[in-house]
Design a protein around this ligand. Structure first.
Ligand SMILES: Cc1ncc(COP(=O)(O)O)c(C=O)c1O
Length: 442
């Protein structure tokens, strides 16, 4: 057993932390790094876990009374405790009248920077805006090519398209489902300016290898980390890291928001300008960039983000716990060749839980799970970027083939996983998956 002498509260610590708790080691809460995101993790460790029981503390939710097990129940993505905290700060912001610009923005940015260990953070009105702003600021111009995977949320490619640049899709690594470093070079042309890897489902792409390719060819890297906040070492390789705080993300506000994090001062300054009308940082109504968007985070959302950030470390630990349960309890199906499970790795913070269906029809299995057991599943993402029914795709991407991406897209199925998920619901999902998958190939 690995004994932690310091706890960062991020993905690499969750397995050893859980082992220590399970072995009855008293984990002192003062080992936990002091930052806002760890506040509730500290409070959790200060309870008498051995006496009360780990699962009782972590998953104290009422069992779902309805027969259906929802995939991502919007009303359960925020806890009563969070709502209470937010109500107090809302009152303060509402009476101050400072809804758009205001003091909570720099405070939210500072707390994010401390948590990420990255010098500059620019909070924006969404992850999509953060992608556009960071690409422009990194020097991507209309007509330039950006290399990215084709299995992300449409926001990733849309940000490239919206700034007039050209998405060039490269294949994924079939183990991680993230952009494969080995696939990038064959797509590099004299127009390539930037690589845009996506840390899909909360798992980081192989950034060491991707960064080596970028260095060799003098390319920028903007990391799409919208699904991966809390993953250890996030943003260490890219010129810029993009985050999303929409309500479905591991850290969500009560609306839309995002951020760019970077250690590059010049890039940070440019992002500040592009995120607000081209105005020079700290100067009112004085342009330095040719243009800019109206895309800063609202003060109101920043205040909410600060409240919700207190839960991030604990919620990510709960996500890890659920992912580990799935991996252990579905192991037999993997051993018998029915499915492929994701691995518990240090750089994975569980945003979504994918299983890969190797035997039987994925869509039929999803239907059976719903019809017979009331279990909702989902597919992220059902249509790949180069296969949409759009004019652009039929003109430009008809010849694009990405064997690993395409095969994975036919087989991936996502199971419910969110911090407020009752364990009894997860047990039902596990049972249902066992029955349906085995019976689907008889
Ligand atoms: C991988 C990825 N990139 C970009 C985005 C866009 O973020 P937002 O919804 O905040 O615009 C999302 C989230 O929706 C995402 O999952």
């Amino acid at each position: 057993m690995q004994i932690l002498t310091k706890i960062s509260g991020k993905s690499k610590d969750y397995l050893p932390l859980l082992d220590m708790i399970n072995q009855g080691v008293q984990v002192k809460s003062d080992l936990v790094e002091k930052n806002l995101a760890n506040e509730k993790l500290v409070a959790f460790l200060e309870q008498d876990i051995e006496q009360v029981g780990l699962e009782k503390i972590l998953f104290h939710y009422k069992q779902n009374k309805e027969k259906k097990i929802p995939f991502l129940p919007v009303d359960k993505l925020i806890s009563e405790d969070e709502i209470d905290d937010i109500m107090q700060v809302l009152k303060e912001v509402l009476s101050s009248g400072r809804f758009t610009s205001g003091p909570y923005i720099p405070l939210f940015e500072k707390n994010l920077a401390d948590y990420l260990g990255i010098k500059y953070v620019i909070a924006t009105s969404s992850g999509t805006d953060a992608l556009m702003i960071s690409l422009i600021s990194a020097g991507v111009h209309p007509g330039d090519e950006v290399i990215l995977p084709a299995n992300s949320f449409a926001a990733t490619e849309n940000a490239v398209l919206a700034i007039g640049a050209v998405p060039v899709y490269a294949d994924i690594d079939p183990e991680s489902y993230c952009l494969a470093a080995s696939e990038i070079e064959k797509h590099i042309t004299e127009k390539t300016v930037c690589i845009l890897p996506v840390h899909l489902y909360g798992k980081q792409a192989d950034m060491g290898a991707i960064s080596a390719v970028a260095k060799t060819h003098g390319l920028k890297i903007i990391e799409d980390g919208c699904q991966a906040i809390g993953s250890s070492g996030l943003g260490a390789f890219g010129d810029g890291l993009v985050l999303s705080f929409n309500p479905y993300k591991n850290l969500g506000v009560c609306g839309k928001a995002g951020a760019i994090a970077t250690n590059d001062e010049a890039l940070a300054e440019k992002c500040i300008e592009i995120s607000y009308h081209g105005f020079e940082s700290g100067k009112k109504n004085m342009k330095r960039s040719d243009f800019g968007f109206n895309a800063k985070i609202d003060n109101l959302q920043a205040a909410i983000g600060l409240e919700r950030m207190k839960y991030l470390g604990l919620h990510n630990f709960k996500r890890f716990y659920l992912a580990k349960q799935y991996i252990e309890q579905l192991q037999a199906l993997e051993q018998d060749g029915y499915i492929k499970l994701p691995k518990l790795t240090d750089d994975h913070v569980w945003h979504l839980f994918p299983i890969r269906v190797l035997k039987g029809d994925r869509d039929e299995i999803a239907k059976q799970l719903l019809d017979v057991y009331g279990i909702e599943t989902d597919v992220y993402y059902p249509i790949l970027s180069h296969q949409h029914q759009t004019n652009l795709v039929s003109k430009k991407y008809k010849q694009t083939t990405l064997p690993h991406t395409e095969k994975a897209a036919q087989q991936l199925l996502h199971l419910p996983l969110y911090p407020g998920m009752p364990l009894q619901d997860q047990e039902k999902v596990i049972k249902g998956v066992h029955h349906v998958i085995k019976s689907s190939v008889q």
